[in-house]
Design a protein around this ligand. Structure first.
Ligand code: TYM
Length: 338
């Protein structure tokens, strides 16, 4: 397929806290096969992280760790542009223009804004509210067709579509209106301690979250402590409303081992929860250990990571510049005299 004819994919993860198994199964893992078919850009969205208080040195470390993790999980810099959001200044510039198209009312209704405002009541900054506009800017800047995300980001992608359509109607056709790609099974991995809530990197309870950097002991310990129910063995798990903890673990097992949930269910039918949880731990450890080793190796090779980021930002900037100048022209700004 000619490069020009390929449809474009964009997605990103915030370099905040520890990247979770939910981020992996709901997002990063699903990006790798897309590289074969689409023109892909994968971004570490550091500007988004600033909406909650960060320790600058930790943010810098988390950002590079995430770049290395992307590659360790199978993103190939020769196939996709891997870059850091703040390296392409057009993201923030387009966000300003889109701010003049987005409505306060619709931003106020965003579920994540409401959740984060509750969690960070002492720091409800403008960036927190504006966050989905910056996300719209990330996506629209690259004339993206597909945005692979977990369920919790679907509302933001829908808002992005509304903003794109509104802008196109007001200023004539400018943006591709993007679509979400949401995995049927991995899009909502639940907390190990409260299996009706999503597994979240900002969860203060470390036992609730499997981090991609957890060692084998931590993974086994957290899974052994995972909340299940008062039954003693695995059965009837497809009634997930009644058994959210066991269903979540079966889902994790199935995604990590490549079996279907029905096969996994048959495999553990009648087995005690202890045996089942250990088997989930075994498969999680076997998938994560090689990723962790590769991430460590890559982090030791700083000049390689820098070259990946330089190339990625160059490729992204080239597309971003074109879109931004088109937008500036459409809204009536005079181009800079060169
Ligand atoms: P973030 O960093 O919170 O999460 C990154 C990706 O992981 C998915 N995810 C999950 N999937 C399944 N189960 C879970 N428990 C789980 N937790 C998180 C998220 O849905 C997401 O796909 N706003 C975004 C980052 C972003 C972005 C973008 C994404 C900024 N600009 C443009 C796509 C396109 C965010 O905070 O994701």
């Amino acid at each position: 397929m000619a490069e020009e004819a390929k449809k474009r994919v964009f997605s990103g993860v915030q370099p905040t806290g520890k990247i979770t198994l939910g981020n992996y199964l709901g997002a990063i893992r699903n990006w790798t096969p897309l590289q074969e078919q689409y023109d892909c850009l994968f971004c570490v969205v550091d500007l988004h992280s600033l909406t909650v208080a960060q320790v600058p040195a930790e943010l810098r470390k988390n950002t590079l760790d995430l770049v290395a993790l992307y590659i360790a999980c199978g993103l190939d810099p020769n196939k996709s542009a891997l870059f850091i959001q703040s390296h392409v200044h057009e993201h923030a510039e387009l966000a300003w223009i889109l701010d003049t198209v987005a409505y306060v009312g619709e931003l106020n209704r965003m579920t994540q804004f409401k959740d984060k405002s509750r969690k960070h009541a002492d720091n409800i900054n403008m960036g927190l509210m504006n966050y989905p506009v910056l996300m719209a800017s990330d996506i629209l800047l690259y004339q993206t067709q597909y945005v692979p995300v977990g369920k919790d980001q679907v509302q933001h992608v829908e808002l992005t579509r509304d903003i794109a359509e509104r802008f196109n109607a007001r200023y004539s056709d400018t943006f591709v209106v993007p679509e979400c790609l949401v995995s049927k099974t991995g899009s909502s991995i639940k907390s190990l301690q409260e299996p009706t809530a999503k597994m979240s990197k900002s969860d203060p309870n470390d036992n609730a979250v499997l981090s991609l950097t957890d060692d084998a002991d931590a993974i086994r310990r957290k899974l052994r402590r995972a909340v299940t129910d008062s039954d003693t063995d695995v059965h009837c798990v497809h009634h997930s409303a009644n058994k959210p903890g066991v269903s979540n673990l079966l889902n994790i097992y199935s995604l990590m081992s490549g079996t279907t949930v029905a096969e996994a269910e048959r495999l553990f039918e009648g087995k005690g929860y202890g045996t089942f949880k250990d088997a989930v731990a075994d498969v999680v450890i076997s998938v994560l250990q090689p990723i962790q080793a590769e991430q460590k190796r890559l982090l030791a090779d700083k000049s390689y990571l820098e070259s990946v980021l330089k190339d990625g930002a160059e490729k992204a900037s080239c597309i971003a510049q074109k879109t931004l100048s088109k937008v500036y022209r459409k809204v009536g700004l005079i181009p800079k005299i060169r």
